[in-house]
Design a protein around this ligand. Structure first.
Ligand code: UTP
Length: 409
């Protein structure tokens, strides 16, 4: 893109301040900035006006989960079906590691965090060790592991995993791809600059993975390898079970488009998204959208009707995803702390939220599908997220849960 074209594009979106330092830049910095202007979708910025506004949800209804008791009763049947699919190479896993991990406050990718006490135990290591359990159950069949990074953490992630020899996972079974980015702005929709030649950007949300995968040209690999299902999972749950045969088998047997691991809520008002139906299609209701009436609602057995929280572990039918990828996912505006350069071009890392990021969310992806099986897992065995430095969902709470599961730290 030429300077004039960039200027015209910025003018159209009221973003001319992006060129404030253009005259001072070196040739290569100028080129970088022009490329970024070319690639940036400034259209998203108009969504700033929606910050804090209700996103207009449909009619909610409960969606029954397959409970642990039922899973236990059918464990052998599900496991057999899962092992078969794993051995046939129909199942892949995708680690979502594109997030910024701002709450944890480390500059490194979250997976590099060491939770060990007497020896190093990295988050990435825990995840690969858990995936190797699946490989073992599948009698040595390694499954394709996609790892989504972002342009902010890609190089550090790959270098770290290489340095640790991928914690024993064969390198030729791992495929990295980068998540698409979205610009970040102040509350008036003016993009922040994170350097004189760089617009502030952030990864485009936890549902950005599939479109990013397609953009990276990975559909060919999916088809070539005969992958039919992809289990996506968050980087920060150190007890994460990945594509475990019983979950795989239950999802396949149910004939649904998607399986979702859920945990029983610890309290009616626990801050977790809850699996439900919305206008008759699977969806997730956020904790702050749950009315008192919904919290009090009971199912046929007298148990709370909205009782199963999602843990960001979903197994998607790839063909179903490919169909919905033709439609646009909605964009959500979230208030976040965004580093920026001030009027003296000094980098500021704000202590409090100072603007908007724009994200696509997995809940919209699920809502576009026809069916979903909520599959209950035991929280103490499968859910130890590390979101914060201290307190709830922290390194400390995750360590406690690891110990309870006999994992040496
Ligand atoms: P979170 O929603 O906890 O976000 O991500 P985060 O970026 O890791 O952390 P904070 O909010 O800045 O503290 C849940 C999972 O989704 C991935 C994260 O890497 C994590 O595995 N994720 C999130 C992405 O891969 N891309 C995104 O754009 C957002």
């Amino acid at each position: 893109m030429t300077f004039d074209e960039a200027k015209a594009k910025l003018e159209k979106y009221g973003q001319l301040h992006v060129l404030k330092y253009y005259d001072e830049l070196t040739d290569s910095q100028r080129q970088e900035l022009l490329t970024q202007i070319d690639e940036t979708d400034f259209e998203v910025l108009k969504n700033c006006a929606n910050l804090g506004k209700s996103e207009g949800r449909g009619q909610f209804a409960p969606l029954a989960a397959m409970q642990v008791s039922e899973i236990e009763a059918k464990k052998d049947e599900f496991t057999r079906a899962g092992v078969k699919a794993l051995k046939e190479g129909k199942i892949a896993a995708c680690l979502l590691a594109g997030g910024m991990g701002t709450r944890l406050g480390s500059d490194n990718p979250k997976g590099m965090y060491d939770i060990g006490l007497t020896k190093p135990v990295y988050i990435f290591q825990r995840i690969i060790e858990n995936l190797l359990d699946t490989v073992k159950q599948a009698e040595g069949s390694y499954i394709r592991l996609f790892i989504m990074t972002s342009e902010k953490n890609n190089d550090a992630t790959i270098a770290f995993l290489k340095e640790h020899d991928f914690f024993g996972y064969p390198q030729d079974k791992i495929t990295f791809f980068k998540q698409e980015m979205a610009p970040a702005s102040d509350y008036d929709g003016k993009v922040y600059m994170e350097g004189k030649s760089r617009i502030s950007t952030s990864p485009n949300g936890n549902a950005g993975w599939y479109s990013s995968m397609l953009k990276a040209g990975l559909r060919d690999l999916i088809l070539k390898e005969g992958i039919e299902w992809i289990d996506i999972f968050a980087v920060d749950n150190v007890l994460q079970r990945i594509a475990d045969p019983c979950f795989v088998g239950a999802t396949l047997t149910a004939g649904v488009d998607c399986g979702a691991k859920v945990v029983r809520k610890s309290a009616p008002d626990e801050k977790v998204g809850v699996m439900c139906l919305e206008d008759g299609k699977p969806s997730i209701v956020e904790y702050y959208e749950l009315s008192q009436e919904m919290m009090d609602a009971k199912d046929a057995n007298g148990d709370p009707a909205y009782n199963y929280g999602v843990i960001l572990n979903y197994m998607f039918n790839e063909k179903a995803l490919f169909e919905i990828a033709k439609k646009e996912l909605p964009l959500h505006v979230v208030e976040k702390k965004i580093p920026y350069i001030d009027e003296n071009a000094e980098l500021v890392k704000p202590e409090a939220p100072n603007g908007c990021k724009f994200e696509q969310l997995v809940l919209d992806m699920i809502h576009m599908l026809d069916s979903c099986l909520p599959y209950e897992v035991v929280r103490e065995h499968e859910f130890a997220p590390i979101k914060n430095k201290e307190g709830v969902d922290s390194v400390e709470s995750a360590r406690e849960l690891c110990k309870k599961n006999g994992i040496e730290l």
